[in-house]
Design a protein around this ligand. Structure first.
Ligand SMILES: Cc1cc2nc3c(=O)[nH]c(=O)nc-3n(C[C@H](O)[C@H](O)[C@H](O)COP(=O)(O)O)c2cc1C
Length: 472
């Protein structure tokens, strides 16, 4: 059996402190340059030189203001504020690269689907088929208040809304235009054929969209669909829609369960179990020798900020205000509001609990060592845990990426886990799945192709009465 090839992404965010809080202070870390277009173009070129598949851009549309009932901790920490729009930096990166893919996070909960469908189609055109979309439903109460709600939309309702959102998008991306709709007939003065373009007339519980889609079909039509979930509602959603699932989770057991559950949900949705690929967050601290890598981890650990992690987790109580020797079971009567990203141990003291938040060693996939040791660990995760790829966390920008490219990429290439060069002209989807540019027929989104399941077959053209808008 051939070896599983690693999907290699960099995990980024258009902000200072994405997910390794406190480390922006490392000497020469250049995260505060995120407002500069050169930050992104340099990064994109570096990633493409190193053979990365994609840069993955996380996003939030609110502040973390649950911890201590205020956004102040987040603001002090640079924790995802200030932040800029992720999609806006993609064209700059695309202009200086040919192969690098782009994963863009966007929420289905607050902004309606028509404009987003247009924006991502534009990006798919400009990148020649290199975009993916990380579908999120948004978890920040402040995000809800920024978009006219009093509080968060209830969890499962967000997924119901997301499901309809995707339905609208598939109608626009897959069904609204035929591939041969653009005629570009100069003599006949016909640019596009109205009979091959149709409105979608979507009317559902959440959205009413007439269409047609404004952009013509891009190479992938539907961008590669990513999501991150472990909940029951999210698992059903991912089984139907997701092509790549981003896995976090506290440990390997929960991860294996998530993977198995989503594969099962994919099969229930008429897809194949391996139609979904799994990409894990990975911390990699590598150096020529193990001792140097461990020393580097210690340097990083010194600067890690538990406060940043506490605010990021939206902990609804403040353990730093309690005596550090108090046991958690005596400090709080529920799960401590720790939530799904942290395992709660009632026997821990408050002091241990706080220190644990800033413990970089708690990462389930953390490889610290020389290049061979790191490659061994990544291969173990591919073969034993069952992931398909990694999203590399950044401790230091751009040293984390450079180290990985210089030290780990050659070893993974030697072991047949990474390609030596890109295939020319391939889209992001084709690179990941090797089955062409478009969604496979067994994906729900393809049901609208050619106008199937849409109320009209084409736009009526009064100047050409024989080509009437036909009801189907
Ligand atoms: C690795 C990873 C990355 C994520 N990135 C984002 C993000 O950029 N923006 C966001 O709003 N949510 C992000 N999330 C949160 C997820 O979208 C989702 O809310 C979370 O996994 C809980 O989903 P569930 O309630 O369905 O289990 C991320 C989650 C994980 C595990």
């Amino acid at each position: 059996m051939s070896k599983k090839r690693l999907i290699l992404n960099l995990f980024e965010m258009n902000c200072v402190s994405h997910i390794t809080h406190g480390l922006w202070r490392l000497p020469d870390n250049n995260r505060e340059r995120f407002n500069d277009i050169e930050y992104w173009t340099e990064l994109a070129q570096l990633l493409e030189e190193g053979g990365f598949d994609a840069v993955f851009l996380a996003d939030v549309i609110g502040t973390y203001d649950v911890f201590r009932g205020s956004a102040a901790t987040s603001i002090r920490e640079g924790l995802q504020i200030p932040n800029n729009d992720p999609a806006s930096v993609v064209p700059a990166m695309a202009a200086v690269t040919k192969h690098l893919g782009f994963g863009i996070t966007f929420s289905t909960t607050y902004e309606p689907p028509f404009a987003w469908a247009r924006r991502i189609s534009t990006l798919d055109h400009l990148t020649k088929g290199r975009v993916g979309w990380n579908i999120v439903t948004s978890y920040l109460p402040n995000a809800a208040r920024n978009f006219g709600h009093d509080g968060e939309v209830e969890h499962d309702t967000r997924y119901e809304k997301a499901d309809e959102y995707l339905d609208v998008l598939y109608k626009l991306w897959e069904g609204s235009w035929d591939d041969d709709a653009i005629v570009a007939d100069r003599e006949g003065n016909v640019f596009a054929d109205p009979a091959k373009i149709r409105p979608i007339h979507h009317e559902g519980r959440w959205f009413k969209v007439e269409g047609p889609h404004l952009p013509s079909p891009s190479r992938q039509r539907t961008p590669v669909l990513f999501t991150a979930t472990a909940s029951a509602a999210g698992t059903t959603f991912a089984g139907k829609h997701a092509e790549v699932v981003f896995t976090g989770g506290p440990n390997v057991e929960s991860l294996r369960k998530t993977i198995a559950g989503i594969r099962e949900a994919a099969v229930a949705a008429g897809r194949r179990a391996d139609d979904v690929r799994f990409v894990s967050i990975a911390g990699v601290i590598v150096a020529p020798t193990e001792a140097e890598a461990k020393a580097k981890l210690a340097r990083y650990q010194d600067l890690a900020s538990p406060e940043g992690y506490l605010a990021h987790t939206s902990l609804p109580w403040d353990p730093t205000a309690l005596p550090p020797e108090l046991r958690l079971k005596d400090a709080t009567d529920n799960d401590g509001g720790v939530g799904r990203w942290r395992v709660f141990d009632p026997e821990q003291t408050v002091g241990e609990f706080v220190a644990g938040f800033g413990d970089l060693g708690r990462q389930p996939l953390l490889a610290v060592g020389n290049p061979e040791q790191v490659a061994d660990e990544i291969e173990r995760w591919l073969d034993e845990v069952g992931i398909d790829g990694i999203n590399l966390l950044q401790y230091h920008s751009h040293d984390t990426t450079r180290d990985f490219i210089e030290l780990v990429v050659p070893v993974l290439r030697e072991r047949g886990r990474l390609r030596r060069e890109y295939d020319q002209h391939e889209t992001l989807r084709d690179r990941i799945f090797g089955e062409g540019d478009r969604l496979p027929d067994r994906h729900f989104g393809t049901r609208y192709r050619g106008g199937a399941h849409l109320p009209v077959s084409g736009i009526a053209d009064p100047a050409q009465p024989h080509k009437k808008e036909a009801l189907v």
